[in-house]
Design a protein around this ligand. Structure first.
Ligand SMILES: [Zn+2]
Length: 393
């Protein structure tokens, strides 16, 4: 593969922006401040007046480019991989909306078939079906239930090495046995779409749940139960310093002050930005579907978000990595360094991947080059150029 020299860019990593040149050798970052001669067999990217950041890490997304992971086809996987790569996401966690077990097994099989072609897919995230009917959001109620022993066995045997994270409601029955089995098999657990009180959520954190899925969305906050003001999942996440959270920071789902509050309490080390992107992400359609393509799943896309056809509620996001970056700075008023961190280093840590998310020697060469208007010019995935200035989209 040879060398790539990213010359003279404003490199964002580790909370700093520094003007320097990065040398990539094969799939690895070889030197983070290269001053030598241009090596032989070297591709040069002139990054003068551009920003150079680690590739984005999106731990929660359902689709893009007109496809949803639940389409369970190679074509869908490749298109979603491509559209998010081109928008800077070099590590993505394909997420399954609550589905029948047969569809989940099919998704796992498709993932295994597409590993080569989709270099940015890390592993699967199951968002349900073991979630609360009271906090179902856009999930289909009839599919939601407590995990059975048979399902637990099936997920472990079939999903080994592929399922990386599961979002569940810890207040459901049989959850202790479920949680033990998943944690034993290296699957991380998040509280989400849950109606838990803070007591129940704190118990879950003690039992190995370590994260909260899209904080504020389908997670209760303070409310009155039998005359008593009870804290909810949100406050439990705030009270436990070890717990990490994710926010759909698309400028639509979470208002500025709600995001600022989460950051004030948790800090940039514990907050990851996610897209939770649906099928229409990365396209310019104004009509699409939430999950499976059928008339009852129709959604409209307007004002940068997917909505139910009667506009009564958001149906999901159409964000991509670079859109989240732009919103972090322009909508939420965060610094470029903080925004990049919550799109790279922090989610990489949440996934437990030690060699991505920073521009550091020996790290994987996942790199994004963008201009001051947040337009992507180059994307490098594992040392390979996937997008170049001037190419379409
Ligand atoms: Zn989701």
């Amino acid at each position: 593969m040879g060398y790539i020299l990213i010359k003279n860019g404003n490199v964002i990593s580790d909370g700093k922006i520094q003007n320097k040149s990065i040398l990539i050798k094969d799939s690895i970052i070889y030197d983070t401040d290269y001053k030598g001669d241009v090596p032989e067999n070297c591709d040069i990217i002139d990054a003068t007046d551009r920003y150079v950041s680690p590739g984005f890490v999106d731990i929660h997304l359902h689709g893009g480019g007109g496809f949803d992971f639940m389409d369970c086809t190679k074509e869908a996987f490749e298109a979603i991989s491509r559209v998010h790569l081109e928008n800077g996401t070099t590590t993505a966690v394909p997420t399954a909306v609550s589905s029948e077990m047969s569809a989940i097994l099919k998704l796992i099989d498709t993932f295994k078939e597409c590993r080569e072609e989709c270099p940015n897919f890390y592993g699967i995230h199951l968002e349900g079906p073991f979630i609360s009917k009271n906090q179902k959001g856009a999930h289909k109620e009839h599919l939601l239930h407590s995990p059975t022993d048979e399902e637990i066995e099936l997920l472990v045997s079939h999903g080994k090495g592929v399922i990386k994270r599961i979002t569940a409601a810890p207040e459901l029955s049989n959850m202790d046995s479920f949680a033990n089995k998943m944690l034993e098999n290296g699957i991380s657990l998040a509280v989400g779409h849950s109606d838990a009180t803070s007591d129940e959520a704190m118990d879950a954190f003690r039992n190995g749940f370590s994260h909260v899925t899209h904080l504020y969305s389908a997670t209760p906050s303070v409310r009155k139960i039998n005359q008593v003001i009870k804290a909810g999942v949100v406050e439990a996440a705030y009270l436990d310093d070890n717990v990490t959270v994710e926010l759909i920071a698309d400028g639509k789902h979470v208002a500025v002050d709600a995001l600022r509050l989460a950051l004030k309490i948790k800090g940039t080390d514990k907050v990851a930005f996610v897209s939770d992107a649906l099928r229409p992400a990365g396209t310019d359609v104004n009509e699409s579907y939430l999950g499976e393509i059928c008339p009852e799943n129709r959604v409209i896309v307007e004002d940068g978000v997917a909505k139910l056809p009667d506009r009564s509620s958001f149906a999901g996001s159409i964000a991509t990595g670079i859109m989240l970056l732009e919103k972090g700075v322009n909508h939420y008023g965060l610094s470029l360094c903080d925004t990049v961190k919550m799109l790279t280093e922090t989610p990489a840590k949440i996934l437990g991947i030690g060699n991505i998310g920073k521009i550091e020697k020996s790290f994987v060469a996942d790199i994004v080059v963008f201009n001051s208007e947040y337009r992507i010019e180059n994307v490098i995935s594992k040392g390979k150029k996937v997008k170049q200035r001037g190419t379409k989209r």
